[in-house]
Design a protein around this ligand. Structure first.
Ligand code: FCB
Length: 392
């Protein structure tokens, strides 16, 4: 294999998200859904990785490995536990995290909303409610000063996937087979794009660091006579969100897999090519393909890979997957894509939403009883790639 190098100043990092690692997020919508009768969650999040208390240890691992960027998110339900009642103490926690990252030489990349909302919002409108934009704007206005020293601020994590979730829920209730990602619900997609816009307005008037949203990016493959269905799906899932990012300071891309299409739509990958999470196809080169596609549609907005990784129990395979993914990324950059950094999902084996603690995406394993962190070889490997700013 030939060597692959990355541009000077390229960022190398690892990511987490509040609800997946903090533990004890008793006041958000997910906690409530996790504990509902007949909950679709395999298990509740519980203590997660106890990162609400152990975040220093987490950041030490990132910095110690040789990475220079840490992505984490705010938990709105801690900062605004009841509507209009803001916790300065909770916001100070995240301010300390921003400072703690800088003290370790890490660039903080902070996400405002990573899937979760406070319970009070779940019960009064949710993401599509008529006053949600005003409420989110008020939250962002309160939180923005704590993020002044962040390197990047991400507004909403994967609004395109969030708009798919209700469709998956309806299909599951009807007992339909889910072969891949269905097309997003258009009303939800538009509502979330509107919420991203509200966040951007508030961040801009607060003089925020560079800001933008993060979206799921996919490679789209026509298996024969699938072009029409492919284009319809890609336009709903990617194009409208790429257009909505025009004029933003950056766009985060989170790329795990590909979607294959035939004349009847999605084709599920064969079972032996699926990773441990969500029936996703193991397809490392999807990274470069999806980045190139996004760069083609949005040439003037810098891109960041804000998530990429694989759910596997075999850490050698995580290294092999990431190596191949990064080679495809280097090729996309050589072809002209303006990519500023790569952030691996995830730092820790954490709470993978409905699949709970089954799929392991981490560079570091976490003992579910003692919370002891054990770095896997992949953490050191990625640190080496970062130091070299390239692959051997
Ligand atoms: C992404 C989410 C992230 C994580 C990975 C596996 O869709 O942003 O929280 O669960 O998938």
């Amino acid at each position: 294999m030939t060597s692959a190098t990355f541009p000077d100043g390229f960022l190398w990092g690892a990511a987490t998200a509040a609800h997946q690692v903090e533990g004890g997020n008793v006041n958000n919508d997910h906690w409530e859904m996790e504990h509902a009768p007949h909950s679709p969650f395999a298990a509740p999040s519980g203590d997660a990785c106890d990162s609400y208390h152990r975040w220093r240890e987490d950041m030490d691992l990132v910095a110690g490995a040789g990475l220079d960027t840490y992505r984490f998110s705010l938990e709105w339900s801690r900062i605004e536990p009841e509507e209009g009642e803001f916790s300065r103490a909770a916001l100070d926690h995240y301010r300390r995290m921003v400072d703690g990252a800088r003290e370790r030489g890490l660039n903080p990349l902070v996400t405002l909303v990573h899937f979760t909302m406070p319970r009070w919002l779940l019960h009064d409108g949710g993401w599509t409610g008529p006053t949600t934009g005003d409420r989110l704007a008020r939250f962002v206005e309160f939180a923005a000063p704590a993020l002044a020293d962040a390197e990047y601020v991400a507004t909403i994590n994967e609004p395109n996937l969030m708009a798919v979730q209700p469709v998956i829920g309806q299909m599951a209730r009807r007992g339909e087979q889910i072969k891949g990602l269905p097309v997003p619900d258009q009303d939800v997609a538009e509502a979330l794009i509107g919420l991203h816009g509200r966040c951007m307005e508030v961040l801009r008037s607060a003089g925020s660091p560079p800001a933008g949203m993060t979206i799921v990016g996919l490679e789209y493959i026509d298996e024969g006579h699938g072009q029409e269905r492919l284009e319809a799906a890609r336009s709903a899932m990617m194009d409208q969100f790429l257009q909505a990012a025009t004029g933003d300071d950056f766009l985060g891309l989170q790329i795990y897999t590909a979607q294959r299409f035939g004349p009847d739509g999605l084709i599920a990958p064969p079972a032996d090519q699926q990773t441990l999470a969500h029936g996703m196809e193991r397809r490392p080169q999807a990274l470069g393909a999806a980045v190139s596609y996004a760069a083609g549609l949005l040439p003037d907005v810098p891109l960041l890979v804000t998530e990429n990784g694989i759910a596997t129990a075999d850490d050698d395979d995580r290294i092999a997957f990431t190596d191949e993914a990064l080679r495809s990324l280097a090729a996309a950059i050589a072809d002209g894509a303006d990519v500023r950094g790569y952030v691996h999902w995830s730092l820790l084996d954490n709470f993978e939403w409905m699949l709970a603690y089954g799929p392991t995406f981490g560079l570091v394993s976490v003992d579910r009883e003692t919370f002891a962190r054990t770095p896997k070889p992949s953490l050191g490997w990625l640190g080496e790639v970062a130091r070299r700013n390239g692959l051997a």
